[in-house]
Design a protein. Structure first.
Length: 281
């Protein structure tokens, strides 16, 4: 069998808790059920019986191994499959300057930032706060942002322009993963969504590699959103409007024209306020 050996950079949480997470592309080398496996430590030749969790793709029971080897973050662990129940672990320590030259991959970033223990509400608040900060920073002191005391209207942020007494309303839909390589998919419950010319949908992806929302996001007027979105579970109380679009500009997709650089979000908001001011006058 080919590809019986691979390497990965060790991250701080693995050292602290004594486990190794197996990257997705190598999980086929390991049992597909929770199992006991033997790992042979190349530095001592000793064999340890440890646990493997197939759901989380983790080898557990390596606290002593990491401590005795004085393992540090970004050291390299080579994992070699001997047979279905036996593996060899070889730790390769890097010099500080070598570690500095290593670029963090997207997969490593996802391992370092484990969102699985965060509630949907907390994850939503993180992205809403990023959008709020973006508007405040680029608003040149002319925009202010408020958050409703209770989320009962499907409105996450209220944006006010100085001197204009008609706010804009934003519904923020965030994702912590993309479909395929770069497709953003967001859904909004049909029964709680009331389109209006002052309501806009912002779809954003939190990129763990950047520790921030991605460079591009989606900004769609709510009235256009419901016309272009697909509807799933159409005749049920759980009916959803679903947007699915590559999170890159210039793609041939019905939502592509609404994919913008995040720095341009405030420009789009100013454009909408300019339209409102014409009617108010």
């Amino acid at each position: 069998m080919n590809n019986q050996k691979f390497t990965k950079n060790i991250i701080p949480i693995e050292i602290e808790l004594g486990f190794v997470r197996i990257p997705n592309r190598y999980k086929n080398l390991f049992p597909n059920t929770n199992s006991k496996i033997k790992v042979y430590l190349s530095d001592t030749g000793k064999a340890l019986e440890v646990g493997y969790n197939s759901k989380h793709q983790r080898i557990f029971g390596l606290v002593r191994f990491f401590r005795s080897a004085e393992t540090e973050p970004r050291d390299i662990l080579e994992i070699e499959k001997i047979n279905d129940k036996k593996f060899r672990l070889t730790l390769k320590k890097l010099k500080p300057q070598e570690k500095e030259q290593l670029e963090l991959t997207s997969e490593e970033a996802k391992e370092i930032i484990d969102f699985s223990n965060l509630s949907a509400r907390v994850k939503g608040n993180i992205i809403e706060d990023r959008i709020k900060d973006l508007i405040m920073l680029h608003g040149q002191g002319l925009l202010n942002v408020y958050k409703p005391a209770a989320d009962i209207e499907g409105i996450d942020l209220i944006v006010v322009k100085k001197g204009v007494y008609q706010p804009l309303f934003l519904q923020i839909k965030g994702r912590y993963n993309l479909r395929g390589r770069n497709n953003l998919q967001i859904g909004i419950r049909k029964k709680s969504f009331n389109p209006h010319h002052t309501l806009f949908v912002v779809g954003a992806y939190f990129n763990p590699k950047k520790m921030d929302i991605d460079d591009y996001l989606v900004f769609v007027p709510s009235e256009i959103f419901i016309k272009k979105a697909n509807i799933i579970r159409r005749n049920t109380d759980k009916a959803l409007y679903v947007l699915n679009t590559p999170l890159l500009p210039g793609r041939d997709n019905k939502f592509s024209k609404f994919v913008i650089k995040k720095e341009n979000l405030v420009n789009k908001i100013f454009e909408k306020f300019n339209e409102i001011e014409k009617y108010l006058k």
